[in-house]
Design a protein around this ligand. Structure first.
Ligand code: HOZ
Length: 428
């Protein structure tokens, strides 16, 4: 068997015991065609598949690996933590340390609770908002994705949008009715919901920079408008910064745009590649959580010592002076090189980038909301993805996901990426 046949055999074997052969849908490559690449190991900016082929990685585990894969200090910290025990289900000083670090970075987060996934964080944040306001409805934006909790799988982005099931079967009518849908970058659509049902709305939840329809930036005034709508109405503003937290700036999107949410959800970078996420915000809200208050949320592996060790070591790396300036310079070069290669082709395209998050859309029009995102040429994106993969560039296997860069994607790596991209584009 050659490598392609061996890979197909691996995938066939996986599909016999795992739905779709994957533990998270977008990994199946279904919308871009072909068979998923099985990964064996990763280091710095590179992934290596089971056959030993090297790829420059622009998925980075969907965002966490901002310092590149397997940084020595993070691996050492995890190893040292593992030597002391894998899980205690009891309090540790390291949990206090990471909570203090988060509070020191994000002024809006006075208290924080650690969980294991972004989905857990968003579900708990919404429950807390409902408990605190004694209201049941939430506003979310069409095409935004906040994990796979029932309330969020209504007009959702990411894999749900990729596979054409933006509203999942299995979500009860009640859950769906409590989720009100507005349009990203359209304050008027939110105002209408408030005019009709404002007294029932517990919270607005938003990806302040969308990553799950591809990358969409908030237009000037949009996030400010959401803040103003919530103010004085007993409605909470939840920033889902699972993707953008410690990513688009050290202080996330709230730091970049200068908006203070009531609650924030974090994930990805905070765990440095291990399952760690968090939600936090104003102390008076967070103190409504059990055991201080009546709103319940718990978890056996919450604050797991390995995950916290990875998180603390990753925070050390990203807080080094100049980290985000350098990441921005590398990201700008990544954007310029890709733009230059595509501009030499007849293909219509738009590149959306905020910091080290970026998506190329095949469209002749600006992409700023759900309608303009879904109008893009996803078949052409699939061909582009496959051409890049052949060249050893591993992109997110969906038009409706973000690409990520790490500090390990240095100038030498990006110079090789530019050549590979040029060849990929010419082959289309
Ligand atoms: N839906 C996730 C990113 N938006 C993908 C997670 C994964 O496949 O690992």
């Amino acid at each position: 068997m050659n490598n392609v046949e061996e890979n197909t055999a691996r995938y066939d074997r996986a599909r016999k015991v795992i739905p779709g052969g994957v533990n998270s849908p977008v990994r199946a490559f279904k919308s871009v065609g072909g068979t998923p690449v099985f990964i064996d190991r990763a280091r710095g900016p590179y992934l290596y598949d089971t056959d030993g082929k090297e790829y420059v990685d622009f998925v980075l585990s969907w965002g966490p690996m901002i310092a590149g894969h397997a940084p020595e200090s993070v691996v050492d910290a995890v190893r040292a933590a593992a030597e002391k025990g894998l899980s205690f289900g009891a309090v540790t000083e390291a949990e206090t340390q990471i909570a203090e670090r988060i509070r020191g970075i994000l002024p809006s987060v006075e208290k924080v609770r650690l969980v294991c996934s972004g989905t857990e964080a968003t579900m708990a944040a919404v429950r807390l908002a409902r408990g605190a306001t004694a209201r049941e409805k939430i506003v979310k934006f069409r095409g935004c994705y906040h994990g796979h909790g029932d309330s969020f799988l209504v007009q959702a982005g990411s894999g749900a949008l990729t596979f054409g099931n933006p509203s999942s079967p299995g979500v009860t009518r009640g859950a769906a009715q409590d989720t009100l849908i507005a349009e990203f970058n359209d304050l008027g659509s939110v105002q209408k919901l408030f005019a009709a049902q404002g007294k029932d709305i517990a919270a607005i939840i938003v990806e302040p920079v969308v990553g799950n329809m591809g990358v969409l930036a908030p237009e000037p005034g949009f996030l400010e408008g959401l803040r103003a709508l919530c103010d004085g109405r007993n409605t909470l503003l939840i920033f889902d910064e699972v993707m953008t937290g410690f990513r688009v700036s050290l202080r996330g999107a709230q730091g970049l745009y200068g908006i203070t949410p009531d609650l924030t959800t974090l994930g990805k970078v905070i765990g440095g590649g291990l399952p760690l996420a968090a939600y936090g915000g104003r102390a008076d809200l967070m103190d409504r959580l059990s055991p201080e208050g009546p709103v319940y949320q718990a978890g056996t592996l919450s604050g797991n010592p390995l995950a916290v060790a990875a998180g603390l070591a990753t925070l050390d790396l990203i807080m080094a002076p100049g980290f985000y300036d350098r990441l921005e310079a590398l990201s700008a070069r990544w954007e310029n090189d890709l733009g230059a290669a595509l501009a030499r082709s007849p293909l219509p395209f738009r590149i959306n980038r905020v910091g080290s998050m970026m998506t190329v859309f095949f469209s002749g029009k600006n992409v700023r909301d759900y309608d303009s995102a879904v109008a893009c040429d996803t078949a052409l994106f699939g061909r582009f993805f496959q051409a890049c993969l052949r060249e050893g560039l591993y992109l997110a296997p969906s038009q409706f996901e973000a690409g990520f860069l790490s500090i390990a994607h240095d100038e030498a790596v990006l110079a090789r990426v530019a050549e590979k991209t040029e060849r990929a584009v010419r082959s289309l």
